[in-house]
Design a protein around this ligand. Structure first.
Ligand code: SF4
Length: 277
């Protein structure tokens, strides 16, 4: 019994000694944390998704607190977070806080875009793109294999069984841009949230080819360009562009387009685009 007690007492003293030494060192070498960084971190969503380009929310919090990046650097936070950060940092500078949401620039769903063959391959848009074997004849359109749905951290995208295309829920979309980066076809894009008209086709193929491949594709007829009273529509690099500043949403282009490839998006919005900080 005596042979156990002595080592146990020695071990106990050693443990206590090391514990006290560690506590002293931790206090001595502690780096004082900036309380502002702590507050900014608490306001940020805490998802550590990396959509801002920094390693986690605390990495971005340091940059915001030091003023190196603007308060709207977290795309996921949205207006509420940006406003809270503005209040916390108390600057009178006015920033353009454009809330952005993802949109699909393709309408080539089932029965609209022609299938290349009965596709039985891997259900992965990136892999299909790499292999150069598309389920559809249009080489520009959505492949419909759902990488965007799988990568969305907010369940804002759902593949529609009927059309085979992704459906984006703007209420859930935070504009983080993960789907845009993931899509190998580049048919997803972020647009400022607010009613606008878009060309939902990014095909650069000549009109004749588009007509053969898809009934909702842009055939470059330029009837929309001609009918627009504001001269807001142009054909650039074989794609229809609409100047949001000039567009009055009259809808004449939508009526005139023979393939209905112009669409109206974000029809109901009350999100302000500018706030002060
Ligand atoms: S939008 Fe892009 S990622 Fe999503 S299903 Fe279509 S091709 Fe795939």
């Amino acid at each position: 019994m005596g042979s156990i007690v002595l080592p146990a007492i020695i071990m106990g003293f050693l443990g206590l000694g090391f514990g006290l030494a560690l506590a002293w060192l931790a206090k001595k070498m502690a780096v004082a944390e900036n309380p502002l960084v702590q507050k900014v971190t608490e306001i940020l969503p805490g998802g550590n998704c990396g959509a801002c380009g920094y390693p986690g929310c605390s990495g971005l919090a340091e940059k915001i607190a030091s003023g190196e990046v603007p308060v709207n650097a977290c795309p996921v936070g949205g207006l509420r977070v940006w406003q809270e950060l503005s209040r916390l940092l108390g600057s009178s500078e006015t920033l353009d806080f454009k809330v952005k949401k993802a949109v699909l620039l393709c309408q080539g769903g089932k029965g609209i875009a022609k299938a290349s063959a009965l596709y039985e391959g891997v259900k992965d848009c990136r892999a299909v793109k790499l292999l150069g074997h598309s389920p559809k004849l249009c080489r520009f359109g959505c492949l419909g294999l759902g990488n965007c749905e799988r990568i969305c951290p907010f369940s804002a995208i759902q593949m529609d069984d009927k059309t085979g295309l992704p459906q984006i829920n703007p209420e859930r979309c935070t504009g983080c841009g993960k789907c845009v980066a993931e899509c190998p076809q580049k048919v997803l894009a972020l647009f400022p949230y607010g009613e606008q008209v878009l060309s939902a086709c990014i095909s650069r193929d000549p009109g004749k080819i588009v007509r053969q491949n898809c009934s909702r594709g842009c055939i470059k007829c330029q009837l929309c360009v001609k009918v627009c009273p504001e001269k807001a529509i142009t054909l650039e690099n074989e794609r229809i562009q609409i100047d949001r500043e000039k567009c009055t949403l009259c809808g004449l282009c939508i009526e005139r387009c023979p393939t209905q490839c112009l669409v109206r998006v974000f029809q109901e919005t009350s999100v302000p685009e500018k706030i002060s900080r």
